[in-house]
Ligand binder design. Structure first.
Ligand SMILES: Cc1ncc(COP(=O)(O)O)c(C=O)c1O
Length: 396
């Protein structure tokens, strides 16, 4: 395959695992990205649920400048820095969990969660208690542990054998949990809203059922809020609507507003079983990313900000429902919460995403027949009006 040289004479020799890369973006401005030709695109992907405060956010700029002024970007985890400590305090206070571990991505947050769960399980049940149970439709990442828990044979098959001890249950089947053996099960992992799997929210009842079963059977509950967490649903954490407390909570995407960062929040009971040297990372929680993450999380956690996300979400839902009802456009269902919506189509999502791109709207699919809308949490009503107009024109 020859290198694609669409970018002003510079051949694109990046490994081709993502598909075509048009357009080439050079600037960001709130809900917009600007390409080399100066064309503005309304960004309803937020870099796949990452740039929650939009592009060029003043909060992020101030936090980056503070780190640069201090000359403190990286120290490694051999040493302590105040930004990491402050961020850990903020995240544990917001979540009601007790400890924080910082890493660099969602996949790494899931990987760390698997290790922490296995460490705890071995201490209470020995080596046999090592299985991690995921839900049908899940996506937890593409690293070896997280890949084993991702219900996508097409992603898994080329890389078998995978991590042993991964199992799947159907979240809609209320008897499925009864078939699990608690003496072999370390944890159940679940996304409160499955993102890549088609924007499929778990009902509050299902989440509560998972929590009761895990508690009664001495099994941990890991919630993966890498995509749906940190304000996306209009609450700081998506599971809060079900009033459950997980044992481990994996976070990433919006955490540092676009800088790579992940985190696992843990209960004290799990943390007590982790020994020094059990896990680690060179970069995780460095002072630059931690300072930015503190600015992002404290902005989002403000009750006024969250209530605006809920209001905007309700507005966007109304627009999408009106579009669905305006037959015939091939929309069969609208799913999601807050500012995370999946538009289920009767046909394929790829052509709709392509059409929208041509008309200046960035969207992302979630599986073959779902279009996902993930605007920045700072999106405005006119921007939502415009996005849904373009979506309507793209469905035809
Ligand atoms: C729920 C969930 N978990 C984990 C991941 C993996 O995150 P990353 O791509 O940062 O490794 C993703 C990515 O889409 C995700 O949506």
């Amino acid at each position: 395959m020859s290198p694609d040289d669409n970018s002003a004479g510079t051949p694109d020799v990046r490994l081709d695992v993502y598909g075509p890369a048009d357009p080439v973006f050079v600037e960001g401005d709130g809900s917009y990205l600007v390409d080399e030709a100066g064309r503005r695109y309304l960004d309803f992907t937020s870099g796949i649920a990452v740039t929650a405060l939009g592009h060029g956010s003043p909060e992020i700029r101030r936090a980056v400048e503070a780190a640069l002024d201090a000359g403190l970007i990286h120290t490694s985890n051999l040493y302590r820095t105040r930004p990491a400590q402050r961020l850990a305090a903020l995240l544990t206070r917001e979540s009601g969990l007790d400890r924080a571990f910082f890493c660099n991505s969602g996949g790494e947050a899931v990987e760390a969660s698997i290790k922490f769960a296995r460490r705890w399980a071995r201490s209470v049940g020995g080596e046999e208690k090592h299985e991690i149970v995921a839900l049908r439709g899940s996506f937890h990442g593409r690293l070896f542990g997280s890949l084993a828990l991702t219900d996508r044979p097409a992603y898994q098959d080329p890389f078998r054998p995978l991590m042993p001890g991964a199992r799947f249950v159907d979240p809609q089947d209320s008897d499925a949990l009864a078939g699990l053996a608690p003496e072999r099960t370390a944890a159940i992992i679940a996304e409160p809203i499955q993102g890549e799997g088609g924007v499929r929210p778990l009902s509050d009842d299902t989440l509560r059922r998972l929590r009761s079963w895990t508690r009664e059977n001495d099994v941990l509950l890991i919630l993966d809020e890498v995509q749906c967490g940190l304000g996306r649903t209009g609450e700081i954490f998506a599971h809060q609507s079900a009033q459950v407390r997980p044992d481990l909570l994996a976070l990433a995407k919006p955490l540092a507003g676009g800088l790579p960062m992940g985190a696992v929040l843990l209960s004290q009971e799990v943390a007590d079983t982790i020994r020094r040297g059990d896990h680690g990372t060179t970069f995780g929680g460095g002072p630059l990313v931690a300072g930015v993450a503190h600015a992002v999380v404290s902005t989002i956690a403000d009750p006024g900000f969250l209530s605006q996300v809920r209001e905007k979400g309700a507005y966007l839902l109304k627009l999408l429902e009106a579009l669905r009802d305006d037959e015939p456009n091939g929309i069969t269902e609208i799913r999601g919460r807050g500012l995370m919506w999946g538009v289920q189509l009767a046909g394929e999502s790829g052509p709709v995403v392509e059409q929208a791109l041509e008309k200046g709207l960035l969207l992302v699919g979630a599986g073959p027949d779902v279009v996902r809308l993930l605007p920045p949490l700072t999106v405005t009503q006119p921007e939502m009006d415009h996005a849904v107009e373009i979506l309507a024109e793209s469905l035809g």
